[in-house]
Design a protein around this ligand. Structure first.
Ligand SMILES: [Zn+2]
Length: 95
């Protein structure tokens, strides 16, 4: 895919609120070994990914309603879930 001339930055959909935003405005999560969901800080890890807004509300929704699990086709273990919940506590209510 070379020579693709895009006037617009890449866009992705938040799995919680379904808003389409610029990729860089979203936080990517990626499924790594053992079905663990990891925050992909640079947004370029290989594997099944899902995007969430950088706000607490979307994270809570994605974790509580298992939308993240659905999007990543995985089942989070308690440790993993806790790590993500803790991460979300550092986010703002609104992005
Ligand atoms: Zn969102």
């Amino acid at each position: 895919m070379t020579g693709e001339k895009s006037k617009y930055p890449p866009q992705r959909t938040c799995i919680a609120c379904r808003q389409v935003k610029e990729k860089k405005a979203l936080i990517r999560l990626v499924r790594i070994e053992n079905g663990v969901a990891e925050i992909d800080v640079f947004g370029n890890k290989p594997g099944r990914g899902a995007y969430l807004c950088s706000n607490k509300i979307c994270w809570e929704l994605a974790l509580k309603k298992n939308r993240l699990e659905y999007a990543l086709r995985t089942k989070l273990n308690e440790d993993n879930r806790q790590t993500l919940i803790e991460y979300s506590h550092n986010l703002l209510e609104e992005s």
